[in-house]
Design a protein around this ligand. Structure first.
Ligand code: GCU
Length: 399
């Protein structure tokens, strides 16, 4: 009997490419009996689906990437060490801003995440280099809005907890508008004669996520940083990005999604709040062209966004929502974390178990999946960060 099963399994692998995915894995691809089957058979198929149908693949032609420390200094009354690193991708340049507790002993665990409007908006530290591609004030030459996003980056709170903060501006990698992929890093990856990504190749979110992995390459070389304890984090479109980065790159030890919504943690098939059609219409550059197939056709998705979270297993993942953020579908975000739990269980890790949403401001998940519904609007703030620090403390240091 055992041999027969093995044979059937082998045959199913041989014929797999000819079968539609539903036949290969059944209606619920995450309903998998063994860890081995998940790792060998199902996970690669889920990854392939998200790569070729949702976020797009990274093209095979890759430009050279180099790093250079361009400056160092103290900030926050000397309590924090600032380091700025220039990352060169082909001919594009991006600036990585690193803050570490100045009194650190040994290697520092860090939170890595992209920012929306420029490194200089993340704190009032006047020495931060103004991001070259960032929007300036309304009139030329006016205040470039230093510190405008401080509420999203509580650097003192994070560094006092013993963590570093690493961030870069999304617009340095790919400016966030549809220009046919001429203005960011995409052209460095074109094959000869290619003028835009192919239908199964990456859009903007794919490029942002790829760049987070390049930052990780740098972090591995920085002697002050504990590269085994890097939590990748992002808010909203940058939360979609952190999930995709964490799904693909196992070096991210914790993955955090803050209000990532449609195309992030939220289940698309619920069609609640932002839909696939709306996101493809309003942000045609975010996903790969193939994703348009699912506009007003969510049922055709082979697997919903719980598959994205499952790709992160068994590493700890945290999903957060905000109570007034209907557009991002908080319940859909919770449910995808819940439905990814069976894959965590294959690894002997605890996911979420309650089918009902937790109450506002009541974080749940004492295992490897954390979740909270913060009171308030679509944003990332000190409350959210306090939960991420707590989650990282537990998983990184058992405290
Ligand atoms: C829009 C978009 C969302 C996105 C959000 C953000 O609301 O529809 O998908 O998450 O912007 O990035 O803030």
């Amino acid at each position: 009997m055992k041999h027969l099963l093995t044979l059937a399994f082998a045959v199913s692998i041989l014929t797999a490419s000819a079968q539609p995915l539903e036949q290969k894995f059944g209606a619920d691809p995450l309903n998998i009996p063994t860890k081995r089957e998940w790792q060998k058979r199902v996970r690669p198929a889920v990854m392939e689906f998200f790569q070729s149908e949702v976020y797009g693949k990274v093209p095979p032609t890759q430009p050279a990437v180099a790093f250079r420390i361009i400056g160092e200094g103290k900030a926050f009354d000397g309590k924090v060490l600032r380091r700025e690193v220039e990352m060169t991708i082909g001919t594009s340049k991006a600036l990585i801003l690193i803050y570490l507790p100045a009194n650190h002993k040994g290697k520092v665990p860090v939170f890595l995440g992209m920012n929306f409007k420029g490194n200089h908006q993340t704190s009032l530290d006047p020495e931060i280099t103004i991001s070259a591609h960032a929007p300036r004030g309304k009139e030329l030459g006016t205040d470039p809005e230093r510190g405008a996003a401080v509420s999203r980056w509580p650097v003192e709170m994070i560094t006092e907890a013993g963590y570093g903060v690493v961030t870069l501006y999304r617009g340095d990698i790919d400016p966030d508008f549809d220009d046919g992929f001429q203005n960011g890093i995409h052209p460095h990856f074109y094959a000869e004669g290619q003028t835009k990504p192919y239908a199964d190749e990456w859009g903007t979110i794919g490029a942002w996520a790829w760049s987070l992995s390049r930052v990780m390459d740098y972090l591995e070389s920085d002697k002050d940083i504990d590269h085994k304890r890097v939590a990748v984090v992002g808010h909203s479109r940058l939360g979609k990005t952190s999930l995709w980065a964490g799904a693909q790159d196992k070096r991210f030890a914790i993955v955090i999604s803050n209000d990532s919504g449609c195309g992030g943690a939220a289940l698309s098939m619920r069609k609640y709040g932002e839909t696939v059609a709306a996101i493809n219409r309003n942000f045609p550059h975010w996903f790969c062209d193939n994703y348009n197939k699912y506009s007003n056709n969510e049922e055709a998705l082979w697997i919903d966004q719980q598959g994205l979270i499952a790709l992160i297993a068994p590493r700890p993942v945290y999903v957060a929502s905000a109570s007034l953020d209907d557009w991002a579908d908080p319940e859909g975000e919770y449910l995808s974390a819940l439905h990814a739990s069976p894959v965590y269980e294959l690894y002997g890790k605890k996911g979420l178990s309650s089918p009902t949403m937790p109450a506002i401001n009541t974080p749940v998940g004492e295992g490897h999946i954390g979740y909270h519904l913060r009171e308030g609007r679509h944003d990332i703030n000190a409350y959210d960060w306090a939960q991420y620090i707590r989650f990282a403390n537990r998983h990184f240091f058992g405290k």
